[in-house]
Write a protein that binds this ligand. Sequence first.
Ligand code: TXE
Length: 477
Amino acid sequence: MVNANYIGGQWLTGPDARPDVNPSDLGDVIGEFARADATQAEAAIAAAVDAQKGWAALPGAARAEILDRAGGELLARCEELGDALSREEGKTLTEGVAEVRRAGQIVKFHAGEAVRNPGEFLGSVRADVEIVVSREPVGVVSVITPWNFPMAIPAWKIAPALAHGNAVVFKPADLVPSSAWSLVDVLIRAGLPEGVLNLVMGSGREIGDVLTGDERVDAVSFTGSTSTGRRVRESAQSHGARVQLEMGGKNPLIILDDADLDATVAGAVEGSFGSTGQRCTASSRLVVTDRIHDEFVQRLTAARNEIIVGDARHPDTTMGPVVDADQLAQDRRYLDVAAAEGAEVVGGELLDLGTPGHYLAPALLVGTRNDHVVNREEVFGPVASVIRVNDLDEAIAVANDTEFGLTAGIYTTSLSAATRFRRQSTAGMVMVNLPTAGVDYHVPFGGRRGSSFGPREQGRDARDFYTSTKTSYVSGM
Ligand code: TXE
C-alpha cells in the first residue's frame, strides 16, 4: 500500500512512490510513500488559496481548539510516534520520543497564540483620529523542511502558520515521509477544514521550484542546507514572496581553564554527538584554553569511548546511525580532509554491528585550527573538532570567526567571563554552562550571517513572519 499525499482534503497517491528505509537496518522497509509531481504541487497550492480566506475568517479560538486537540494527541502518542521517528530517522528512542513530545508542546503553544494575537491602539498626531495596528495572515505558506527533526521542525512552522490564519503546503524531506505523514494525519483529524493543510511528499529538485516560485505562494519557510536555502530565497523573492531560512551552523563551545570539567565533558558529549551530531545547533567546534586543553581532551576521549552506537531503538544505544549513505559519505570525506590537514582523528571508523546500517563511531578531531576546512564547513555528523587557544579573548575571536552564527556556548565558573562572552558573541543564541544544542519552544530561535535569513522562528516572534501588520486610521469625524 502506498501512503498518499494530502491535497485539497483528499489522500491522493501520485505518479510515483518511494520506499522509506530504516537507517539502523537497511533491510527494514517502513513503507511506500507517494511522490508528488509538479501538477500535484500546483493543485496543492490551488487548494490552499481556496481554503485560506475561510480559515482566516474563523475566530482565533476556533483555530486554537483544533491545534490544541492535535497537540494533545501528539503528547498522548509520543511513545508510539517517537518509536516510528527513531526507526525512520535514526535518532535514539529517547531522542525520538522527546522530539514528538516537543512537537506536541509546540503545537499547543501556538494554539494559545491564535487567541493571543494582540494589536495596538494608539492616539494620532491629529485630533479626533485613532490608530489601530492589527495583524492579519500572510496567505498561502510553503513549508519546506529537512530530515533531521522530522516532527519538531514541521511543527514549529506549520503550527504558527495555521494559528495566524494562513493555509499551508508542506513538503518534507525525502528521507522522512512517515513522520511528516503522521503529523499531517494528526492535524487533519483534529478538524482542519479541507485545503488548509496540504502534504506533498516529493523531490525538492522536482517540485521545490513550484512551491517557492508560484506567484500564488505568499511566503516560504525553509530549513535545510545553505546552498538550497540560497536557491529558495532567489526563487521566492523573484515574485515578492516573504522568505524565512534556517541553514546550518558551525557552533563554537568555549571551554575555559576554570570550567567544571564533569559538567563540561557531559555538555560537550551531548552537544557534539547528540542526535548523531545531525543538528544545526551541534557543538562542532570545541574551543579550549591552553591549561585545561590536555585534560579536557583526555576526559572527552574517555567519554567518547563510552558512547554506545547501535540500532536507534535498542534500549542500550546512546547514539544512533547516520541518516543515509550520502550523509555517511559526506562525514567520512570530512574526516579524510581533517586528517590531510593535520588533525589527529580519534574514532570515526565504520562499525559493523550485525544489521546493515549506516553506523559511524563518533569522531574527535584533535589539534585543528580554525581555518581548517572542517572548522569552516558544516559536517552534519558525529564529528567535533578541538581548537586550542590561549585565553578568553582569543576564544571569543575564534568563536566569532565563522560565516555562520546560529548558536555559541561557554563553560566557565567566572561570571565576568560568561558575561563578556554573552555580550561579545555574534551568534543568535548564546548558552552559558550548557551545550549549544537544546532550545526551548516559547522563545525565538535563529541565527545571524549565513545561518538564518528573515524573522525569527518559534515563540511569540513566529508571528512576525506569519502575519502582516495593518495600520488603520479612524476618525470619528
Ligand atoms: O538538504 P537540502 P539535504 C545540510 C547537511 C546535509 C546537507 C544535505 O550538511 O548533509 O544539508 O541535506 C528541499 N527548492 N543540512 O539534502 O537539500 C529538500 O527536498 C526547494 C543542514 O536534506 O537543503 C528538503 O525538503 N526545496 C540543515 C529541504 O529542501 C528544495 C538540515 C532540505 O534539503 C530544493 C538539513 C529546491 N530546489 C540539511 N532542493 C541544518 N543545518 O539544519 C531540495 N529541497
